[in-house]
Write a protein that binds this ligand. Sequence first.
Ligand SMILES: [Ca+2]
Ligand SMILES: [Ca+2]
Length: 251
Amino acid sequence: MLKSFGPFLIGLAACALTLASRSTDLPAQDKKTEEKKADKKGKGGPPGLIKPAMADTVKGNVYADNWFVLYINGKLTALDPIDFIPHNVVSVDILPEYPMTIAVMAKDNADPTTGLEYGTNIGDGGFILKFGDGTVTNAKWKAKCFFTGPLDKDVKNPKVKHDPIPDNWWAVDFDDSKWDTATEYAEERVNPKESFYKFDFKDAKFIWTADLDLDNTVIFRHRVEKPNWKPRWNTKPNHDISGALPWRAGK
Ligand SMILES: [Ca+2]
Ligand SMILES: [Ca+2]
C-alpha cells in the first residue's frame, strides 16, 4: 500500500514545499501588491455602484416554426440553435430595460427558389414568445413578410416573391409604423410539438402574417412601454458587442 503511494506522497510534499517557498520568497513590493489585490477582491467598483443581479432578470421563452433570431433594444439576444427540426423551445435569461424594443426574424422551412419543403410540400410557420415580465406575442405586434411562395399555391410551377430585407430591421429606431399588425393563430392550427408544452407560454398567442402557409420569412416588431420604469442598477456596459456580429462587421 505504502509502496504504491510512496512516489505520490513524495511528489505532494515537493509541491507543498514549492508553494510555501513561493509565498515567502516574494519581494516586499510584490507582497504589497498581492495584499492590495486580495483587499479589492469581490468589490469591483467604487462605493455606491449597483450592478444588475439575476433577481433583475426574467425568463424569455420562444418557439418558432421553424427558426428565429431575436433582438432586444438593438442587441442580438437569442438565436434558435436548431434551424430546421426538431421544433425546440429557446429559453433564455433576459435583463429587461424599458422601453423595450423586440425585433424578430422568423423563417418557415421553405426553399428560397420554390417556397416548398421536401420537394413538393407547402409548410406552415408560427411564432410565439413569453417573457417573465408579462410580455407576450399577440395581434398588437407588427408583422411583415419578405419572402412568399409558391405564389397562388402553384406547386407544379412554383414561383416566389422576395422583398429586400431592410438593413436595420432589428434597430430600436427602425420605422415600422406602416407595417400591418400580426395575425393570431389557434394553437391547433400551428400544432406545436411536445417541447412547447414543457414551458410557460400562458396568455401568449401564436402569430404570423395573414398567410401562415405561403409567407415564409417574416419580421415581427413590438415595443414594450413602462413609463415610470427606472433601472435598479446604475452601471452600464463599457464594451460594444454590436461589431462582434460578423454580418455587421465594418458597419
Ligand atoms: Ca411555408
Ligand atoms: Ca414549418
